[in-house]
Design a protein around this ligand. Sequence first.
Ligand SMILES: NC(=O)c1ccc[n+]([C@@H]2O[C@H](COP(=O)([O-])OP(=O)(O)OC[C@H]3O[C@@H](n4cnc5c(N)ncnc54)[C@H](OP(=O)(O)O)[C@@H]3O)[C@@H](O)[C@H]2O)c1
Length: 262
Amino acid sequence: MDLGLEGKVALVTAASRGLGRAVATELAREGASVVISSRNEEALSKTAAEIREETNAEVDYRAADLTSARDIGALISHATGRFGGIDVLVNNTGGPPAGTFEDLDDEAWQGAFEQILLSLVRCVRGVLPPMRERGGGRIVNVASSSVKQPIENLTLSNTFRTGLAGLAKNLSLELAPDGILVNTLGPGRISTARSESMDASQADSRGVPLEEVRGEFEARIPLGRYGTPGEFARVAAFLASPANSYVTGQAILVDGGMVRAL
Ligand SMILES: NC(=O)c1ccc[n+]([C@@H]2O[C@H](COP(=O)([O-])OP(=O)(O)OC[C@H]3O[C@@H](n4cnc5c(N)ncnc54)[C@H](OP(=O)(O)O)[C@@H]3O)[C@@H](O)[C@H]2O)c1
């Protein structure tokens, strides 16, 4: 299937590694010009060069902290100026810290709100004018399987990812007349630096080997293994493309069947 991404411009946030990087690579492979961003300029520059090398696409980058309104504004101006507009926004963020309700103070709550929800508000607000100018667009949010089922010890994710999914549904209704389709993806267990470090810290706190923790998670996944960033990215690329012309307002899990909810 031709996704129709040739000549489109995509902005992918939190993309120096992991899921964001994989989505940026897939969009580039499909012919989009891509701007990636994260806080670490050196890592970004290296990632952009590697994606360029792998895909032959135009890939640019700009450092931006997603908790800063000023950085987000500058990022969107940069992306719009660099390739003449924005057709696709992939809203990815760093993950919030783990913790039960009683582990978390006001600072942790405020930080997660800014990182997960307010960053999305600011990015969407910023890309609406360029998307409208080009007659439509696609917004894909990277959330978590917690949009469907809470995850133990991840209170902040359970709270703000569901808020994000609610906002995305709201946006899908308001933006449909502009030809802007909005969807949310929920990764289950995908092998990245973050899932590895979360497994390692659980193994540490329980005093068991890392393989035991990973084996327990795999046992809960009907497909029997963690997903790869590439598997996640292919779903994101479809939702972000003109080939997706009738899916909007959905929260879709990429979790190997892990969550049992319908
Ligand atoms: N992997 C999974 O199985 C899984 C499952 C459920 C949910 N998720 C969620 O999906 C998202 C991506 O996960 P991942 O596994 O790819 O994580 P990751 O490997 O830790 O990558 C996170 C990315 O976010 C960037 N980042 C972090 N804080 C940022 C900030 N304040 N401003 C801008 N960029 C920032 C990092 O780059 P810099 O350090 O350079 O800023 C990096 O590029 C996270 O929100 C995670 O919680 C992942």
